[in-house]
Design a protein around this ligand. Structure first.
Ligand SMILES: [Mg+2]
Length: 174
């Protein structure tokens, strides 16, 4: 990742915050339910899309969560750094399907996950101050003494990123 200028950055995980676990299906359940769907989609974790289709867990984003992400970006001007196992181009393409501006706001990837991703981001970008970034993830960051715990917002479960989290992030950047 190139060095980034001083500015606001949201380090965002994808599986969980933007891709919540509602309707989650284990591979075995999906196979039993619909063998042809299973063959079409291939290997990987499967879940229901918001439209009720069975899709690969790592290939879809939830429109409500993406709306929330857009609200954050619009309200704070933060740029997005992917802190996830997702490839940058896959995520950019997925965001572009909802909003080209949101895809443009995605400026980098930490190359790791959770705390490791945050550490790599800060090491690579020394000009970014703690008050200029926020972290959204559904897991990790369990250490109460974690240095940047005050910058961390947990979003996942059945809703993913929600309007309540949007407010919390806006307050962090205020
Ligand atoms: Mg996650």
């Amino acid at each position: 990742m190139e060095r980034l200028a001083r500015g606001r950055y949201l380090l965002v995980d994808v599986d969980g915050p933007l891709n919540p676990y509602y309707g989650f299906l284990s591979e075995t359940e999906a196979r039993v339910r619909d063998k042809r769907t299973r063959e079409r989609i291939g290997r990987g974790f499967l879940r229901f899309s918001p439209e009720g289709k069975i899709v690969r867990f790592d290939q879809t984003l939830d429109p409500l969560c993406v709306d929330c992400l857009k609200e954050v970006v619009d309200a704070t001007g933060a740029q997005l750094i992917a802190n996830t196992a997702w490839w940058l181009e896959d995520l950019r393409n997925a965001l572009a399907e909802f909003d080209p501006g949101l895809a443009k706001a995605l400026v980098g990837r930490t190359g790791s996950k959770c705390e490791n991703g945050v550490r790599r981001f800060l090491e690579t970008n020394p000009s970014v101050c703690p008050e200029d970034f926020a972290i959204v993830d559904d897991e990790g960051f369990d250490d109460l003494n974690y240095e940047y715990r005050s910058r961390f917002i947990r979003a996942g479960g059945k809703t993913g990123l929600s309007p309540e989290h949007v407010l919390q992030i806006i307050v962090l950047f205020a």
